[in-house]
Design a protein around this ligand. Structure first.
Ligand SMILES: Cc1cc2nc3c(=O)[nH]c(=O)nc-3n(C[C@H](O)[C@H](O)[C@H](O)COP(=O)(O)OP(=O)(O)OC[C@H]3O[C@@H](n4cnc5c(N)ncnc54)[C@H](O)[C@@H]3O)c2cc1C
Length: 366
């Protein structure tokens, strides 16, 4: 059956934020579609499968913390298995002069993880939406007022129309990938172009091993490095240490020829010779992901713009709303912030009383 081209609300992006917005709108009875550029949901929630189908290694978000009630509640309601981050053991500090062992875990705060990987959060939200809500492989390329009081949303498959649009993508990416003509106010354009993408300039490196051998030596798997290429390293093993893994963050500019060898040499220097030969080394460079990071991502650094007041107000006659973790006023950068921003945008849509009436009038004319 062909898709309808007119909806109450179009949500752009099926990451945690867009899915949270679509969930709230669907629950309130609004005709909503969620357009996603990639062939998968989750955005910055991404994991690599392991031999055990119930365990995965996170290549994007990993943890949630006390006080992040939306994530905790969602995981509990959806029956998602979570477990505590391994904390026990000493920390290693790496400096140009060598490595030092420091007593205790000086890096990790208590947190929880998702046993099957953080995409389980997105999968749970997506699974609860009606089947025709989500359209994958559908990048939004343009958004304009349509001259009839609604917004026209361009995609490679054609133009859709909606009373409201929620932009659940990082603002700087939206400005680079979506054509708005001269419809947006200049201050908003300047703000969005300057707002960093959380973790967008980072490469996450995950090394999987046959066993968490560092734990047997009283190490937490936690390290800071002043030399790199990995700057911060953590234990990323699953529940009970299986699968066994370490992960580290590197600045994306350091990824290139020789990077993998530099990483395994560094891991061996920190954790001993067994660390030199991981079973698998995953390198996920988020700066080269076209649906996460704009070309400017490595230059964007003013995190005080997160949650800016302009993102809390709709624009284009009250019809275009901002979501994404970058627009959240609390827990911005985190999954919790993404969910909060999606819910806030949905509430703003629902606060406009005439959406449903207007849809009935339009449908009546057809
Ligand atoms: C390496 C890394 C580690 C992290 N660690 C943690 C952590 O431990 N804990 C934590 O809470 N958070 C962490 N985060 C942050 C967390 O992943 C994000 O806060 C959250 O996933 C953002 O969700 P979002 O929906 O706002 O954006 P995104 O996940 O970026 O979703 C945006 C979606 O929009 C889609 N899209 C983009 N442009 C278009 C377009 N034009 N048309 C249609 N679709 C489009 C994208 O494909 C994507 O699916 C981490 C992130 C990274 C990258």
């Amino acid at each position: 059956m062909p898709h309808r081209d007119s909806h109450d609300v179009i949500v752009v992006g099926a990451g945690a934020s867009g899915l949270a917005a679509a969930t709230a709108l669907h629950a309130a009875g609004r005709d909503t579609v969620c357009l996603e550029a990639r062939d998968r949901t989750g955005g910055r929630l991404l994991s690599a499968p392991t031999a055990d189908p119930e365990r995965a290694l996170d290549l994007g978000a990993t943890w949630f913390w006390d006080g992040e009630e939306r994530v905790r509640t969602l995981a509990a309601r959806a029956g998602i298995e979570t477990f505590e981050q391994h904390l026990t053991g000493d920390t290693i500090l790496q400096e140009a002069t060598g490595t030092r062992r420091l007593a205790g875990n000086l890096i990790d705060a208590p947190s929880r993880r998702f046993a099957a990987g953080s995409p389980s959060i997105a999968a749970a939200l997506a699974a609860a939406l009606p089947g025709d809500t989500l359209r994958l492989n559908t990048p939004v390329t343009a958004i304009h007022p349509d001259g009839q009081g609604r917004l026209a949303v361009g995609t490679p498959d054609g133009t859709l129309h909606a009373e409201h649009v929620i932009l659940a993508v990082p603002p700087a990416l939206a400005l680079e990938r979506i054509e708005f003509g001269d419809a947006l106010p200049a201050d908003l354009v300047g703000l969005a172009r300057s707002t960093p993408v959380w973790m967008g300039a980072v490469a996450k490196v995950v090394a999987q091993y046959p066993a968490a051998f560092w734990r047997e030596e009283g190490l937490a798997g936690a390290a800071f490095s002043r030399t790199g290429p990995l700057e911060e390293i953590r234990d990323m093993s699953g529940p009970d240490g299986r699968p066994a893994a370490l992960f580290g963050f590197a600045h994306a500019r350091t990824v290139g020829a020789g990077f993998d060898n530099a990483v395994t040499a560094q891991l061996a220097q920190l954790f001993g010779p067994a660390a030199a030969t991981p079973d698998i080394l995953h390198v996920q460079d988020w700066s080269t992901e076209p649906w996460t990071s704009p070309s400017t991502v490595r230059r964007l650094a003013d995190y005080s713009l997160f949650g800016h007041s302009l993102y809390q107000r709709p624009t284009l006659d009250g019809r275009l709303h901002w979501a994404s973790t970058e627009t959240a006023t609390e827990h911005s950068g985190h999954i919790e912030g993404a969910l909060a921003a999606g819910e806030r945008a949905a509430r703003a849509v629902l606060a406009v009383p005439d959406v449903l009436n207007s849809r009935i009038v339009v449908a009546g004319r057809e």
